[in-house]
Design a protein around this ligand. Structure first.
Ligand code: UDX
Length: 448
């Protein structure tokens, strides 16, 4: 084996997956792999026998917070403030281990900003993994400026206005980053720390591809001149990460085999987004009234205030034979299945990229963080989806499903999605932009 690469994902599903895919990619190029992981959402190391795993015991930090989305931010800040000594001990023990291959570099999730400074102090070269898009990176980069200019917090009456400052078009005010009730002061501080940390790194790796994000990379590098490597979609370069935090219900694949090509709506809102019970009921009846076959992922704990999936009376009968509710899906396989014709999504970046790669048009219902901006690109830049605006209501859901899956407008959207899928497939060819960038990244890491 060649040099060793150390990687530390943020312990959330949408961050673990791309980091493990990056690890697999680097392993296939001859690097030894060491993964640091946390006690919160630990990775099942038995699935990766060729890697070394080191547990960073973050103790009770994670449990101090609730599952509310704003607490994901508070938890990240608490980890950064408290994990430095723990991570110092883990990192120095790896670095001083004479039985290990020489260390090339440490790859940190962008949210580990304090650990970046720690690595700098120890003289360890670092790269930052951005699991979202390059456009997202620019929204984080400019967040503090938007606060200074008084644009954030956004006034409700201005939410449909375009953002004309800081080259953020096509975003509208309502698409700007927000995370539940998290205050703009807290977010502003977080992103400022993260951008300052990136400035001291050796470069940024982004899970995206040039055809959809290169102008955003140029904007970013003008402001923060570090090397940027767009090497996505990562899951297309390696087998998808085997790190699901929940067990996927694979019976849905057999069920999909029995459905008509392009007829099934796949509904999933990722690993963190939740809905209240009223929204859950409206969603159920919207799906039933559309009369379109569907797979609906209802994650445990994703209906606020309910421990179980409490379906409305009559729903099972109304959807019998054409609806399937599961607690977690093998999402890559579902999206790649010929029976799936559309994806109702929260537009997490991984889900958005996975849909593009399989050419599945989207119904967008973003909730927080980068999701609103991702949805804006889906509906108004690439024009491969439609958005559900405002309060969820069964009639509006039924109409959106029919628009996308049975009407002429949907056929046009599908055609554009085919083109976008083709562009994604070009970037992973041996001479495609992401493949070329991977070669550059491998040479870059080897040079440390
Ligand atoms: C959130 C943000 O929305 C995202 O943009 C950010 O970069 C990370 O945090 P999440 O809610 O987890 O992420 O969504 P997403 O980025 O879409 O990642 C979810 C992952 O879980 C995807 O890789 C998806 O394939 C997988 N998944 C989801 C399943 O395997 N099964 C499911 O049923 C649902």
């Amino acid at each position: 084996m060649g040099k060793r690469v150390l990687l530390f994902p943020l312990p959330y599903q949408g961050h673990i997956n791309p980091m493990l895919e990056l690890a697999a990619l680097l392993h296939s190029r001859g690097f030894s792999i060491t993964i640091f992981h946390a006690t919160f959402n630990p990775i099942d190391s038995t699935k990766y026998p060729s890697y070394r795993f080191i547990l960073v015991e973050d103790g009770e930090i994670a449990n101090r917070f609730t599952s509310a989305v704003e607490d994901t931010v508070h938890r990240i800040i608490a980890w950064n403030n408290s994990c430095e000594q723990l991570f110092y001990d883990c990192l120095t023990s790896v670095l001083s281990d004479k039985n290990e291959e020489p260390n090339a570099c440490l790859i940190l999730d962008m949210h580990w900003y304090n650990l970046q400074y720690l690595a700098n102090r120890l003289g360890v070269p670092t790269l930052v993994l951005r699991t979202g898009s390059a456009a997202t990176l620019n929204w984080c980069r400019t967040y503090a400026q938007l606060v200074q200019k008084g644009i954030i917090p956004v006034q409700e009456s201005q939410s449909s206005m375009l953002v004309t400052e800081l080259a953020l078009a096509p975003l509208r005010m309502g698409d700007l980053l927000r995370v539940g009730n998290c205050s703009h002061e807290v977010l502003s501080d977080l992103y400022t720390h993260e951008m300052d940390a990136i400035r001291t790194s050796s470069g940024v790796i982004v899970n995206t591809f040039d055809a959809i994000d290169s102008t955003e990379v140029e904007k970013f590098q003008k402001a923060i001149p570090v090397p940027v490597f767009c090497i996505g979609p990562l899951h297309k370069f390696t087998p998808p990460a085997r790190s699901s935090l929940l067990i996927p219900d694979c019976s849905c694949l057999e069920w999909l085999d029995t459905q008509v090509v392009g007829s099934v709506l796949y509904v999933s809102f990722g690993s963190l987004a939740c809905m209240n019970y009223e929204e859950f009921i409206e969603t159920a009846w919207g799906l039933a009234k559309s009369e379109q076959p569907f797979i609906w992922v209802v994650r445990p704990g994703s209906i606020l205030g309910k421990d179980a999936v409490d379906l409305p009376d009559g729903f099972i009968e109304a959807t019998s034979g054409h609806g399937k509710i599961i607690s977690w899906a093998p999402q890559h396989e579902v999206l790649a299945h010929a029976a799936v014709g559309a994806f109702w999504t929260h537009n997490g970046w991984n889900s958005t990229l996975e849909a593009i790669c399989e050419g599945v048009p989207m119904i967008c219902k973003p909730q927080f963080s980068d999701q609103m901006g991702n949805a804006r690109y889906v509906t108004h830049v690439w024009k491969v989806g439609i958005k559900l605006e405002g309060k969820l209501e069964r009639g509006m859901i039924e109409k959106a499903i029919k628009r996308l899956m049975t009407e002429d407008e949907g056929a046009e959207i599908r055609q554009r999605m085919r083109t976008l899928k083709h562009e994604a497939s070009l970037c992973i060819k041996s001479d495609g932009s992401s493949s070329v960038n991977i070669d550059k990244l491998v040479n870059f890491i080897s040079s440390f």
